[in-house]
Design a protein around this ligand. Sequence first.
Ligand code: URA
Length: 238
Amino acid sequence: MRIDKFLANMGFGTRKEVKKLLKTGTVRLNDETVKDAKVHIDVNRDSVIVNGEVIEYKEFIYLMMNKPQGVISATEDSKDETVVDLLQLEDARYEPFPVGRLDKDTEGFVLLTNNGKLAHELLSPKKHVPKTYYARIQGVVTEEDVAKFKIGVTLDDGYETKPADLVILKSGEISEIELTITEGKFHQVKRMFIAVDKKVTYLKRLSIGPLKLDPTLELGEYRELTDEEIELLVNREQ
Ligand code: URA
């Protein structure tokens, strides 16, 4: 791969900007200064150092974030902070984007990646990727609701939801539940509870497909997926 393409892929700007960077003499290839944008490198063997920083080649990045309330699941927003704003520059450089959306007031697991193909698959309604949520509900959640969710409920726009797995953790004036759905309609969990005359007062996503939110991540924190987690995600059962 040409060194200018490598540096552009690694987030050092456009090919034109990278050319300028090379001219400054701050890029070293195997301990020698390289100024020629056309030089070819072996991304697995050669060592590229920019301003003293070793640049490891990575095509894709996969991040697990514990999204706090008040943050938007988007790459940019005119008024609110986004999940991408929470990233360190060294990760943002790969231009990851959130796979699907959580509402502004929903917390929990957001997956960010720059692997468009995987993101597309995870979002495809045909793939039925399960997502599990924890919620606090105003109102007494009953076994009748469990049965209704199992068959599917009718949302306010007439949409019939696919079968969903509702587990009651605590039933009372304020109930606590876990709900697994395999689709991602707008405000789906909140609207499913409205369909049974109840209100979600707190919502947190716990898992996406085979991956569970790392409980050690504080709100607003994130980490890269491990190789095992990437493997699970890519080779998940269809
Ligand atoms: N369902 C909702 O209602 N909100 C979310 O953020 C995610 C699922």
